[in-house]
Ligand binder design. Structure first.
Ligand SMILES: [Zn+2]
Length: 474
């Protein structure tokens, strides 16, 4: 049991880390292996001393899954603590201790080098997709100097894990090469990388070429669609939506970043257990996908339509209706399905109409997820809003009425954003920037600014509170 994800920087540098991204990428390396009833599949233990141990009882026969199995279940003896490999999932702003930016790249360090303060083999890789613009490499069969295929973050991680495996195993090859020629060690990692590309349905990389080209805009979207379709999993699509919100919207805001850090922390209090429950029950896996993940991606899209595109009530209702038509998970949802789903996320322990394992999920959420205002606001409440809208839809409400009701729910929801202590740590300048950011995103109306402003003034120190009052007098 020797593979770990760092919940912090692990001293490897400065910048944001997103352990959940590593969790998702490892899950995709396992080929979304949630077990088969005999084997438990992919999982992880709760954080311990800022390290999250990956667990894996493999049922998938694929090459990447088998490599992951070896990494997780072999004791390589890199150190006496049996922490052989640590993964740091870096954000776009991450800088190694020697000043190297990790953006658009992945690094694997042996024990004892400057950039590795841990006693383990250390992987640091970029999870920002080169800050959203992609990174391209040479495709097998293409000429030298051409970079036409995307290098997604799960492929970067799998590539680095090849280096990590051989370092832990004590058999790295020579890293000496010049120009774009891949060294023997790089050639082996890129050959391994192509196994992951096969699993994702992506074209092979030319394993003799080690260069990459930042900015891959022309091929990003098509590659991403292929990857999600090929992985056959809504998880990748859901995660991508979440990541877009995080990177495209909330990254722009200091408070947004702080918010997501809180959310990740609280998410870890229950997500490994939910994975374990899903591994025990394919029915539960389907229930979570259809009733929670699909509604979550839907609601994020509709919130974007309401807050950023500022659709009218009629158009918001129409957008909702077309989302329902497009997604069989939504259009097939019955009134009793909605009741069960709402009971589960409401943490209702007495779910009469459902199975024992669904009741177990309800209990787990009540104990570990519901107490977090971050999880409540960012995940539970938005999902509940879509479930409520679905029940209006079933009751025959018009699209205009649904749009108007949803708009009001979104407005109300936006004003309830949890407030952490970070708000008091901002300079007056930054506070003004944050308020401006919120005006352009979540708080589009005078009324929502007034209501959020009231909450903010209660937690802010006097001189900052004055600033909010001046800006959002109401
Ligand atoms: Zn490499």
């Amino acid at each position: 049991m020797t593979l770990f994800v760092a919940a912090d920087t692990s001293g490897a540098g400065l910048g944001n880390v997103f352990p959940m991204s590593a969790e998702v990428d490892l899950f995709s390396i396992s080929h979304q292996d949630l077990g088969d009833g005999v084997h438990k599949g992919f999982g992880e233990n709760p954080p311990d001393n800022n390290l999250i141990q990956v667990t894996y009882d493999r049922s998938d026969p694929g090459i990447p899954a088998t490599r992951l199995d070896t990494l997780v279940n072999t004791n390589f003896g890199v150190n006496v603590n049996d922490v052989d490999v640590i993964i740091v999932a870096a954000g776009a702003n991450f800088t190694l201790s020697d000043g190297t930016l990790t953006i658009g790249n992945g690094f694997t360090f042996p024990v004892g080098v400057t950039d590795n303060p841990t006693g383990s083999v250390l992987v640091v890789y970029d999870t920002s997709d080169n800050n959203g613009t992609g990174i391209c490499v040479r495709k097998e069969g293409d000429g030298a100097g051409t970079f036409s295929i995307e290098e997604p973050e799960n492929v970067i991680l799998y590539h680095e894990l090849s280096h990590a495996f051989h370092l832990a195993n004590g058999d790295p090859l020579s890293s000496v090469a010049s120009g774009c020629t891949a060294s023997p060690e790089e050639n082996r990692a890129e050959t391994d990388e192509n196994d992951m590309r096969d699993q994702l349905g992506l074209p092979h990389r030319d394993a003799t070429d080690h260069c990459g080209n930042p900015g891959c805009q022309s091929s990003v979207s098509s590659c991403c669609i292929i990857a999600s379709v090929a992985s056959g999993s809504i998880y990748s699509e859901t995660v991508k939506t979440l990541r877009n919100v995080r990177d495209g919207v909330l990254r722009c805001s200091e408070c947004g970043f702080d918010f997501f850090n809180h959310l990740y922390e609280d998410y870890y209090a229950f997500s490994p257990e939910v994975c374990r429950l899903m591994a025990r029950s394919p029915d539960l896996q389907e229930l979570i996908r259809a009733r929670f993940l699909v509604p979550l991606t839907t609601v994020l899209d509709l919130m974007q339509a309401h807050c950023i595109e500022q659709l009218s009530a009629e158009d918001l209702g129409l957008r909702f209706a077309s989302r329902v038509t497009e997604a069989p998970e939504l259009s097939r949802t019955s009134a009793s399905d909605i009741d069960v789903a709402l009971a589960i996320i409401g943490g209702d322990s007495a779910i009469e109409t459902s199975t024992a394992i669904a009741a177990e999920l309800g209990l787990l959420l009540r104990q570990r997820a519901s107490p977090s205002p971050y999880v409540q606001w960012a995940l539970m409440r938005p999902i509940a809003m879509i479930l409520e809208a679905l029940s209006w839809h079933l009751d025959g409400m018009t699209t205009r009425q649904i749009g108007s009701h949803l708009g009001m729910l979104f407005e109300d929801w936006a004003t309830q954003m949890p407030l952490s202590s970070v708000w008091n740590s901002l300079s007056k300048y930054s506070l003004n920037e944050e308020l401006g950011f919120l005006e352009r995103t979540l708080l589009r109306t005078t009324e929502s600014r007034r209501r959020f402003g009231q909450r903010l003034v209660e937690v802010l120190m006097a001189d900052r509170a004055v600033l909010v009052g001046e800006r959002w007098r109401g």
